[in-house]
Structures are given as C-alpha cells and as structure tokens.
Design a protein around this ligand. Structure first.
Ligand code: PLP
Length: 506
C-alpha cells in the first residue's frame, strides 16, 4: 500500500500506465468463447465437498486473475469497444477509484470536522457544473448517483414532487395517491421524444408507470423522430386533471441527436412549463458533454443545440461514460434543493445529524439522494476534472467527435452501407454516435455478429424505423483518430466483402 500511496511511485506508474494503456488499445473487445467456458466451469460448485471451505487469499487472487479476468469484455482496454455508451477508465481515475476502496469513506452525513469527503464531492460537482456551463448558484441541488438511470429516477421523483406540490399535494409526506387526491390530479404524464429506456424504468420506480411516458416526436410531421414536437407538448399540458414532466433527450441514444434545437426551443418550453406548472428534466447523460467542446466552426451546431439546458429544473449527467471514470458514477443537478430534500429526506435519525458549522451549505448526501451509506464515488471524477481541466476535457470529447465524424463520412460514401438517420445531414450534426445499416439485407441481418466476431471492434445492434441497424458509440479516452479509423474502415470493408479481417494490415 505504501507504493500505492507514494506520489513518486505513482508518477512513474501512471506514466508507464498511460503508455501501456495506449498500447493496449488492440486488446480484444470480447473474450474468446473458450475463456468464457472455462471461467464458468471454474466457479465454485455448490455440490463440491470444497464448497465454501476457506481458500488462501493468494489462491483466490490467482483464480480471479487466471480464470475470471480473461472472461470479461475488453471495454475498458480496447479503444474500439463501441457498444452502448460505455466510456473507458482514465488511468488517474482508476488509481483514485482504488483509493476510494482503500479509504472506504461512507459519504452519507456531512461531517466537516471529521472528513473532507463531502467537501470534495461538492467541489467535484462544482467543477463539473462549471465546465458544463451550469451556474451552481442556480443549481443548488446536486449529488452523485450510480449513473444516468439513477439520476433519471431522481429527476422524475423531483418532478413528481414539484408538480403536485404546486397543486397542493406533497408526495414525500402523503405518498403519491394522497398527494394526487389532494391536488385533484388524475394523471401525471412524462412528455418526451427519443427518451432513453431508463426513463420508462424511472417512471415505473417513482410510481408514475411506464405508460405515463408519451412519445411526442415530430415523426408525424415527417421530421426527425428524436425531435420533440413542442406544439404537441403544449396540447398535452392543457389536458385537464394532469400534471406534467417534460423530459428532454440531450442526446438521443440511437443517434446522439438533440431533442430540441437550442436556446429558442428551450425558452419556449420553459415558458410553457411555467405557465402550466410542469417540470423540465434534461437527460444529458452523454449529450451534455457537447457543451465542453471548444468554440470552433466544426462544433458550432452541436454547441448551439446543447444551449438552453441550463433552463431545466433538473439535469442528468453520466460520469462513467464520456468522463471516463469507472463504474458506477453519475451526477444529478436541480435548481430546487427543497424539492430534492422533500423527496429524499431521511427523517428523525438523531444519530445521523451533521451539526456542521463549517460549510453549512453542503447538505448531507443522505438527505438528497437514494442511498444512505454509499461509496465516495466523487473522488475519481474529482481527479479527472482536476487533471484534465477545461482544455483537457474539450480535447477528450473533440477526439471522440472527430473519429465519429470520419467513420460517418466513410459510411456515407461507402457502396456497402447506408448512413442513418438522415444521411443528407452534414458532419456537423454528428456527435459521438454513428447509426447505419448494410445495404444487402442478408448481410444486415448478421452484421452485428460479423463485426463483433473480429474482436477488434464491438458495436451494438438496434432497430431503426422497424429494421435492424448498427450503432457505433465512441466514448473511450483512448481514441486514436487515424489508427482507429483505419481499423474500423478495414473491418467494415472486409465484413461487406466477406473477407477475413487482418489487424496486421492496418
Ligand atoms: C446510458 C444512458 C442512460 C442510462 O445510463 P446508465 O448510466 O446506464 O444508468 C440514460 N440516458 C441516456 C441518454 C443514456 O445514454
């Protein structure tokens, strides 16, 4: 542990590590089937006589490194794991994460005379807000979560609380039924377009139900399906007996596109929400990071589309994706700390009171989030924000965008593939996701498997307008634009031509 805590040792280790990690970028995206089989058969068998007999720690460590590790995906190690939106792990973040376990802080009560942990969390949340262009004076409610799903649950829980309180109900005290009866509300609706699946999950968790989520996209007008139809939102807000949460996707998960077109749309939604007592939640899990891009021509459109997020009542940010800290880490911001407290207050536990006199402005995390006891998960994010700063984060994200755009350009002009969703759009609409399909329907049917079988590139399958499609989501800090572009395009070409892919040719 001494080595681990020595800055000198860490300095050389991190430098070597950074290099090793870059070299590791050709690490297979998926383990071989044989590794998966032998790992599974190495798991303890309940009918074995040795089941749950003590094992020497070194043997446990040997088993884990020899059997378990080789049977995990290479999502952190490969630079071309493009499934879901996973991010990777910056070496410094990995080190900080190990320190989190080492110190094992329980970040639930703000105890500034005993630990600086809550102040570090607040500092990380403030730095992140600053790089994302959010005013912490406005976003007084902020906390760390387990990820974007966790943050979306907080967002809908706060929305539910606020929209009913405005009509005289109080969910935190009365429960949803009692609050709805008191407020004269017969339905709470979540109005969205291209909402992430976790939004429906959140709606179920907070008692609104998955069916409360209404897709109000502009598709019916023949436009982009991720775009929110604000006229339709207005119509829904007017429905009698309802209370509403407007959930904006800033970026939609299949396309990376934005549900609203920047400030003008957001101003209109803000005015509507104020008029009808609705709550605006922005799911900016990865899309909000468009706001860290430098002010350059190539990013003008993205920066414009990501404007106005600051007008929301609550905002979801993911840490373990674009920020490249380890799982699990998400952030939640709201302009209404009282609403957050009204939902999450952990009442009447005298032994958990903080009695803090310094930093009295930092609320105890247990009163503003789902958990009581929890991990000091801000530390890796704190480390990344400090080490990268504004410029480093801008570079991190722009590298991702540049590779994504080059791949989109290849797909657009390729004879084998069709770029989706709107191939006519120029590069400037592309953020970190490429959606496409093979022109040959037989190939399209097996495309995900053919690509993933190379184990040098991993993609997710999805469905787009009723047909299979493939998504590439670029979110790893290891992106090497030129080399990754060469590998990706030779994989896509080999797969389309029915040839074996050969990494050594790249
Ligand atoms: C990934 C993602 C989520 C879910 O995030 P988790 O971190 O997996 O909980 C929610 N919304 C969007 C837009 C996402 O991309």
């Amino acid at each position: 542990m001494d080595d681990f805590l020595s800055v000198e040792t860490q300095q050389s280790r991190l430098a070597a590590y950074q290099d090793a990690h870059r070299q590791d970028r050709d690490h297979p995206t998926l383990p071989p089937a044989s590794a998966l089989r032998s790992a599974e058969s190495s798991l303890p068998a309940p009918d074995s006589p040795s089941y749950l007999t003590p094992t020497r720690p070194e043997d446990v460590a040997r088993h884990i490194t020899a059997d378990i590790l080789p049977a995990l995906t290479g999502q952190a190690r490969s630079s071309r794991y493009y499934g879901f939106v996973t991010g990777g792990v910056l070496p410094l973040a990995q080190w900080a994460d190990a320190l989190v376990s080492h110190a094992d802080q329980n970040v639930q009560v703000h105890l500034p005379s005993q630990t600086v942990a809550t102040a570090v969390e607040d500092s990380a949340l403030r730095m992140l807000a600053a790089v994302l262009g959010l005013d912490v004076g406005v976003f007084g409610g902020r906390t760390l979560t387990t990820g974007a799903t966790g943050s979306n649950i907080l967002g809908l829980a706060c929305g539910r609380e606020a929209v009913l309180q405005r009509k005289g109900g109080d969910v935190g005290e009365l429960g949803l039924l009692g609050a709805c009866v008191k407020a004269g509300v017969t339905e709470i609706q979540v109005l969205t377009s291209g909402g992430h699946s976790s939004l429906s999950k959140a709606a179920s968790v907070v008692g609104l139900g998955r069916r409360s989520v209404r897709e109000l996209s502009t598709t019916s007008r023949g436009e982009e399906p991720w775009r929110l139809d604000i006229d339709a939102v207005e119509e829904h807000l007017k429905r009698p007996g309802t209370a509403s949460i407007i959930a904006i996707s800033a970026g939609e998960v299949n396309t990376g596109r934005f549900a609203v077109d920047g400030m003008e749309d957001m101003r209109r939604l803000r005015a509507l929400a104020d008029e009808y007592g609705a709550w605006i939640h922005v799911d900016g899990a990865f899309g909000i990071f468009a706001r860290v891009l430098e002010d350059a021509d190539e990013y003008r459109l993205l920066r414009r589309q990501a404007q106005g997020i600051e007008l929301a009542d609550s905002i979801t940010v993911d840490g373990h994706k674009v920020l490249n800290v380890p799982y699990d880490c998400g952030m939640f911001y709201t302009r209404s700390l009282p609403t957050l407290q009204s939902v999450f207050t952990n009442p009447n536990a005298a032994y958990l009171s903080s009695g803090a006199t310094s930093h009295p402005d930092i609320p105890s995390p247990l009163n503003i989030g789902l958990e009581n006891s929890r991990r000091f998960r801000a530390l890796p994010a704190y480390a990344v924000l400090l080490s990268e700063g504004r410029a480093g984060l801008a570079r991190l994200v722009s590298n991702m965008v540049r590779l994504t755009r080059r791949i989109a350009g290849f797909v657009r002009t390729s004879g084998h593939y069709d770029l989706l969703p709107t191939p006519a759009d120029g590069d400037e609409a592309v953020f970190i996701i490429v959606l496409f399909r093979a022109r040959d329907p037989a190939l399209n049917d097996v495309l995900v498997d053919r690509i993933n079988r190379t184990r040098q590139m991993y993609v997710s399958g999805t469905s787009w307008q009723g047909e299979k499609a493939v998504r590439i989501a670029v979110s790893n800090w290891k992106v090497d634009v030129d080399r990754d572009y060469r590998v990706v395009t030779s994989i896509l070409t080999a797969v389309a031509e029915g040839r074996e892919f050969d990494l050594s040719s790249c």
